[in-house]
Design a protein around this ligand. Structure first.
Ligand SMILES: [Zn+2]
Length: 408
């Protein structure tokens, strides 16, 4: 399976290069328009959208008229061919109306021959010399630092340059081939990583015994921000208002980054333990369970889970929800499963029936993972070999523990 991510980079283009890029936008527009004019016909069946035919008919004209290099002319032709093809499909196949494509000069399509990527800057072909531009605030839409996708592991595919109010943006598609790990074959032998999320203490605890992130620290940073905002609001001046805005966006960036790092660690934990799925508590139910969960904490859980889903997909790992009812009160040891409010005392879990002692969050994480294994079992016998990943091995659906050392 191929996973594609779209990265948006703001570019720092020097004043003197603006003119050159704007001229490139214009010539690219003219090239694409020339091809669209040629391929268009009011009878949809006569619309030409084959690249080869369009190329033969328009290439030399465009090259003669404009100063675009050959690769950019071909990109413009491809853009026009796709637009013509879309029109044709809309009219003939969908019975809709469509008129001749009109290009507005706000895009240039780049490929391997016309763009060169470097760690902190890019070089772009133009109508004249190449233009170099540095990346500004390179954070992906999702809050993912772009460095995550700026590695050899990800192949940079087509990129498009856009201009908006004098600012230039580069949209780069990066792709990676993911092993077909999430196919039926492995889901039969599913290994689950259970995750318990908390509003205090460790933010996330896994069934493999990983304790990740610090919910208290996250809350503390949030309180600190709220206090500063409160003080500034009392000041009421215009400059105070601007400061509120700036500390607000700084805090937002910081918290997204923090959650991103925790989610990355969670996915790494799943990979290292050969897990095929990650189980979370259903967030809707969590709100009921943790009555003191603030809006901020709910947001943080959602954000964390969203990041995990996003990241896990790249490794063919599924993310699933289970009901969180009594996950913190139930004993996760072997087949015990005894549930009692008094089993738990703060961070300590001690089963009143079998006497098992565990960290309370670790116990909860094991229950969360176990519920997904059970859910799989109920939904089909083919998943009978499903297992829960634990600290030093796995537990299969029959309650049989297999230590890590014995795994192949
Ligand atoms: Zn027990």
């Amino acid at each position: 399976m191929e996973v594609v991510r779209n990265i948006q980079l703001k570019l720092d283009v020097s004043e003197e290069d603006h003119e050159l890029l704007d001229e490139t936008f214009e010539q690219f527009r003219q090239a694409a328009q020339h091809v669209a004019d040629h391929g268009w016909d009011d009878n949809p069946y006569n619309i030409t959208d084959t690249k080869n035919t369009l190329h033969k008919a328009t290439y030399s004209d465009v090259r003669e008229k404009l100063s675009l290099q050959s690769s950019l002319v071909q990109s413009a032709r491809n853009l026009a061919a796709t637009a013509l093809g879309n029109c044709k499909d809309r009219i003939i196949e969908d019975g809709e109306t469509a008129s001749k494509p009109v290009f507005k000069g706000t895009v240039v399509v780049y490929n391997g021959r016309t763009i060169t990527y470097n760690d902190n800057h890019v070089s772009l072909a133009t109508t004249d010399k190449r233009v170099t531009a540095e990346y500004v605030t390179p954070v992906n839409e999702d809050g993912t630092p772009f460095e995550d996708y700026w590695t050899d592991e990800w192949e940079k595919a087509e990129a498009t340059l856009h201009e908006r109010d004098g600012t230039y943006y580069l949209h780069v598609a990066v792709k990676k081939e993911v092993q077909p790990d999430s196919s039926d074959e492995t889901s039969e032998n599913g290994v689950v990583l259970g995750v318990d999320l908390n509003v205090d203490g460790y933010l996330a605890v896994t069934s493999t015994g990983a304790f990740l992130g610090n919910a208290d620290y996250l809350n503390h940073k949030r309180d600190e921000y709220e206090r500063r905002r409160g003080n500034l609001q009392q000041t009421g001046t215009r400059s105070a208002h601007l400061t509120i805005k700036s500390i607000g966006s700084r805090f937002a960036r910081w918290s997204v980054d923090y959650l991103h790092r925790v989610s990355k660690a969670l996915v790494r934990e799943a990979i290292e333990n050969d897990c095929t799925a990650i189980a979370f508590e259903n967030l809707k139910h969590i709100r009921k369970r943790i009555s003191n969960a603030s809006k901020f904490q709910q947001w943080a859980f959602r954000e964390l889970q969203r990041h995990v889903e996003y990241k896990a997909e790249e490794y063919g790992i599924d993310v699933d929800d289970v009901s969180p009812a009594y996950t913190s009160q139930q004993c996760s040891h072997g087949e015990c499963g005894f549930t009692h409010k008094k089993n738990r005392d703060g961070d300590e879990f001690e089963c009143l029936k079998c006497g098992k002692q565990l960290h309370a969050d670790y116990n909860a994480a094991r229950n969360v993972g176990w519920r997904l294994v059970q859910h799989w079992l109920k939904s089909g016998a083919e998943r009978a070999t499903s297992q829960l990943a634990l600290e030093s091995g796995t537990l299969n659906a029959n309650g049989r523990f297999r230590p890590t050392a014995l795994r192949s």
